[in-house]
Write a protein that binds this ligand. Sequence first.
Ligand SMILES: *Cc1c(COP(=O)(O)O)cnc(C)c1O
Length: 400
Amino acid sequence: MSHEDGKQVPDKQVSGEQKEKDLSFDTRLLHFGSEVDTATGASSVPLYQASTFHHADVFNPPLHDYSRSGNPTRQALEDYIALLEGGTNGYAFPSGMAAISTAFMLFSAGDHLIVTEDVYGGTYRLLTGILNRFGLEASFVDMTKIEEVQAALRPNTKGIYIETPSNPTLKITDIAALAAWSKEHGLISIVDNTFMTPYYQRPIELGIDIVLHSATKFLGGHSDVLAGLAVTANEELGRQVKYLQNGLGSVLGVQDSWLLMRGMKTLSARMAHSEISARRLAEWLNNREDITAVYYPGLSDHPGRGIQERQSSGYGAVVSFDVGSGDRAKRLLNAVKLPIVAVSLGAVESILSYPAMMSHASMPPEVRLERGITDGLLRFSVGLENIEDLIADLEQALEQ
Ligand SMILES: *Cc1c(COP(=O)(O)O)cnc(C)c1O
């Protein structure tokens, strides 16, 4: 993997080719190239807590010269996520929104984007409350219907922004179909892969140009670090994202880069465990009369299940469900004892959130309702607790 300036990253522990071609995803998570420090043999990436780097010879500058432009600890993380997503270049940002806003800076005033209708609340706010002031136009469409996407195309359309499964109603978009359509029209295609992670879904392998993450969620996995990641499908887009990251100064700090790598090593184990539990929870909820809707792509009656199975190797660990009313949702939130009641998802502990008052509070109520985000809707991010304990807790809370 080379830097934007063409310099080579120091040699990896295991030959890059073997790593990329032969090793399974689970093994790659632990053997990603920087797992052993070449200088000392240390078993984790060293923390290069430095803002700048000495030029011992001004004619032959060091690989990294200033930490906004590049830092070895952050670089290890950036190479790590690029490897896992199957892209050429990775970049680390101080939050998911920082990664997303930087990616939108690839576009210019007067450009138009087509965006998943029930997109993450913060992304919706960014497009409708901030970037609109800079002349970036966005149409929000139901991406489960390709004809709606096609109808949204304008002469000035430059990009398509996909979130699948969508948040919080877990609608599934056909990534490969839209990537192909996007290529036909010369658009930049972007997928927010936060919910699936590369463990389940690798959009670049399906033809997507840029993958984004809120690494605050499953990648970090412990509710203790805020971070964002971007991966590009080719070096040219990589150079453009790098130019923006450096120019905007949107970089992840060294300690958080280290902490994120520490969390990512257990991604497979965490995702696999949580998903088995999420399937059980979804089935349990689905069998209850007092739950008016259950959204989980692994349910046999989920309209997107076929596409999900084609493009991903699992269904994920997030289950949304409707308890029928805002009053009941609030009673339940006050009665549960195990999950933390909070914004966010993707952690070792279960997180129960209330989209209407939390992640999607910035969406106008009429828009929210149109997108199925009712006052009774709850989103359960299943952690690593015993699932029968979680279900028993939910059952007592539903009885309140
Ligand atoms: C949380 C989240 C974001 C925003 O990430 P932050 O790290 O909170 O800035 C973006 N997209 C999705 C799908 C998310 O869940």
